[in-house]
Design a protein around this ligand. Sequence first.
Ligand code: ZN
Length: 123
Amino acid sequence: MDFLERFIDSIGRGTHTLSVKTDEVIELTEMKVDIKAIEEEIENHKLYIGQIVYKYYTQEKGTMPTSEIKRICMEIRRLEKKLYMMKDKMVRKRGYTYCKGCGQIIKKKQNYCPKCGNRVLKY
Ligand SMILES: [Zn+2]
């Protein structure tokens, strides 16, 4: 390989590395968006349970809709499991981990969680 061929080859490899990194960034961003959406869905379910309970409290007569509350709780549990699996998949990618205190996704090089202040364990 002469100089020009080596030069072109190195540019080619450089571009490849760059596009792989860009794909990785896009994938991580998409995963973060999906995770955020599920977290919001969970919060909305919890708010709805609160509304149901409060509605029951303000009524003179009536029965606590326990079966509906149970159904929502089971849905929350299902979403939490999904969330855990998604976070686990994300942190297996290089450079990321999650806070053992609050579940926030953080970069491994951080020493403390920016959300709850928990110390980030290195492993
Ligand atoms: Zn935290």
